[in-house]
Design a protein around this ligand. Structure first.
Ligand SMILES: [Zn+2]
Length: 427
């Protein structure tokens, strides 16, 4: 080793020491915080939904083998969960349930709210602070990815504040005027649910998921800074380029696949097959988002949603439910691979959970009668599973609020926002 190399090494070690010291992390025995926080939400997936997917796959999912697992209560503001009632009167579960807006708000902000509300209190008097906002204040990059519209309840519940999840135009505009670095999801006005080009009609609301026609025109024309320098990504090949990971990447990425409401679920036809070919998979989107965010900052928070599991369950379509849950599970595997290749488990915390159960799924039919058995077309107040791996994964133990007869120790969905916020306090 030459003298120059030696002194470079000394300088490097000193800088590493200094950055640990300034960040107040683990150098003096304090617990380390995750640099990469990734929350994956299968919208509407309960324990039985997951079991059905496992039976169809003939295997357990990768996250079901993780050491750290809890059940999660999901009820909205003013609600409750009773293990006794849940297992003695199954109709109990069919009332008092949450929705994706209130649930995402709880997961993100650590506070309950009323159904339909996005990032605000139940009386609609004040805004809550999102995990993503706290992360931004600490210099993290942030992003949301979904297989449904990017202004839909779950991504909105991590990035926006609105009295109603139905106000898609307002929600979309708030997201575009905000600090989020990567936003990926459907809602493309110029394509239908089969991914075929169409002439959008304002009267039919085709522009609503992207903030209205004016906003769409701005996004497509000038990049005049009005919307924070977003780069609009649309084509499958552009999504593949982001996922391939060679960079360089645009500063802020708004990535809208060329399809209207969902990547796949809303396409015509029954069962599986006939997939839309011109759109990326949720897994490809997830990898692309991870590449962009990690190029922005070594520390980031990303939410990834399998959004149409819930839609398939509402419609009691078993084949499509399995198809959507598989797409979500593929995305989890992609994220796990990315962590193992790139950030490492000693820098990352990955959470896989659901916002609520949908369809009151009761397993799959007996032999000779394949198909998921549904007992409802709506949400239920069941506990949902949460799996965690990586830095701080065991920490949810401090948030256990009860013990369910069947599911065991459970936390409340607000614990996710509260616990993750503890990594972003700036202390
Ligand atoms: Zn739903």
């Amino acid at each position: 080793m030459g003298l120059a190399n030696f002194s470079n090494n000394v300088i490097f070690c000193f800088l590493v020491f200094l950055s640990c010291f300034l960040r107040g992390n683990y150098c003096y025995g304090e617990e380390k915080s995750p640099d990469c926080i990734i929350i994956m939400i299968s919208d509407g997936c309960g324990y039985e939904t997951l079991k059905a997917a496992d039976l169809f796959d003939g295997k357990k999912q990768v996250y079901e083998e993780w050491e750290h697992q809890w059940a999660v209560s999901t009820y909205p503001y003013g609600g409750s969960y009773s293990s006794d009632l849940a297992w003695t009167d199954s109709s109990y579960l069919d009332s008092g349930y949450t929705d994706s807006a209130a649930a995402a708000t709880a997961l993100s902000t650590g506070s309950k709210t009323s159904l339909g509300t996005i990032g605000r209190d139940s009386l609609h008097q004040s805004d809550y602070t999102h995990l993503m906002e706290k992360a931004k204040a600490q210099g993290f990059a942030t992003g949301v990815v979904t297989s449904v519209e990017w202004s839909h309840a779950t991504p909105a519940g991590f990035t926006a504040h609105n009295n109603s999840r139905q106000n898609y135009r307002e929600i979309a505009r708030e997201i575009l005027e905000g600090d989020t670095d990567v936003v990926m999801g459907c809602g493309h006005p110029e394509f239908n649910n089969e991914g075929k080009a169409r002439s959008p009609l304002g009267l039919l609301g085709h522009y609503r998921y992207v903030g209205g026609k004016k906003t769409w025109d701005r996004l497509n024309s000038a990049y005049d800074g009005y919307y924070n320098n977003w780069s609009l990504i649309e084509t499958l090949s552009d999504f593949n380029t982001l996922a391939e990971g060679s960079g360089p990447y645009p500063e802020k990425v708004l990535a809208i696949p060329q399809v209207y409401e969902t990547l796949q679920y809303r396409r015509r036809g029954e069962a599986s097959g006939g997939l839309n070919q011109s759109v990326p998979s949720l897994a490809t989107m997830a990898r692309g988002a991870l590449n962009v965010l990690s190029s922005r900052d070594s520390r980031f928070v990303l939410m990834i949603e399998g959004g149409a599991v819930d839609w398939a369950a509402h419609d009691n379509k078993g084949d499509r439910l399995i198809e959507e849950e598989r797409a979500f599970n593929d995305a989890v595997e992609e994220v796990v691979s990315w962590i193992e290749e790139r950030s490492g488990w000693d820098n990352s915390l990955l959470i896989v959970t659901a916002d609520h159960e949908t369809g009151h799924v009761g397993g799959i039919g007996p032999e000779g009668e394949p198909g998921v058995i549904f007992n409802s077309k709506n949400h239920t107040n069941q506990l949902v599973p949460l799996f965690a791996r990586g830095v701080g994964a065991e920490g949810f133990n401090d948030y256990v609020v009860g013990r369910d007869k069947v599911r065991g120790a459970y936390i409340d969905n607000t614990a996710v926002g509260q616990y993750l916020s503890s990594f972003l306090s700036g202390e």
